[in-house]
Each structure stands twice: as C-alpha cells, then as structure tokens.
Design a protein around this ligand. Structure first.
Ligand SMILES: [Zn+2]
Length: 102
C-alpha cells in the first residue's frame, strides 16, 4: 500500500525510516518501461508503525530533505547507542564485587 504524501512542505530535523527507490513497470505495452531498461522510479520513505512496514511516497522536491533527516536520525541514534552502552559497561564494572577477576 502506498500512502501519498500530501502537503508537508519540509522534513523535520530527524526522521525515522529509510529512503528507498522503487523501480517498476507500469504494464502498458507501449511504454518506455516495457523493455525493462527504463523503469519508473518512485522514491518512498519506508518506515514501521505498530509492527507493520509502511511506505510514504515522496515528491521529488521532498527527497533531499527527507534523506538528510533520516541520515541525521541514524547518526544521532548511533551516538546515543554508543553513550548508553558505555554507561552500561561502566555500571556493570562498578557493580562487580571488588577483588574478583572479570
Ligand atoms: Zn511504464
């Protein structure tokens, strides 16, 4: 299922999901895509919601901002994960009984 994006002028700073380019044939025998070399491309934001994968069709002018926001989210998420893992390792280390080897 494809949900059309309607009227969202710009992407926010962070966006969850992945930008995916779908390539397909439209089925018209006379279309340029019929030979299978020049397929129709649709850029979508793929994201999961309530355990389901959904696709949001992006307008061409939305793509750069959405890609950038997804990238920022990934980077921020990776940074947060790293800090949280370091804090966990520290807590585990501090909780270990003294004098016992690791
Ligand atoms: Zn076509």
């Amino acid at each position: 299922m494809v949900i059309k994006a309607n009227g969202q002028p710009r992407a926010s700073r962070y966006l969850r999901g992945s930008v995916v380019v779908n390539r397909r044939r439209c089925g018209k025998p006379t279309c340029r895509c019929a030979a299978g070399t020049a397929l129709h491309e649709t850029t979508v934001l793929s994201y999961s919601q309530a355990g389901r994968t959904k696709f949001l069709t992006l307008r061409p002018e939305q793509v750069p901002a959405v890609r950038a926001a997804v990238g920022r989210y990934r980077a921020a998420q990776a940074g947060l994960e790293e800090k949280a893992n370091a804090a966990l390792a520290e807590l585990v280390e501090a909780s270990r009984p003294k004098g016992r080897p690791a």
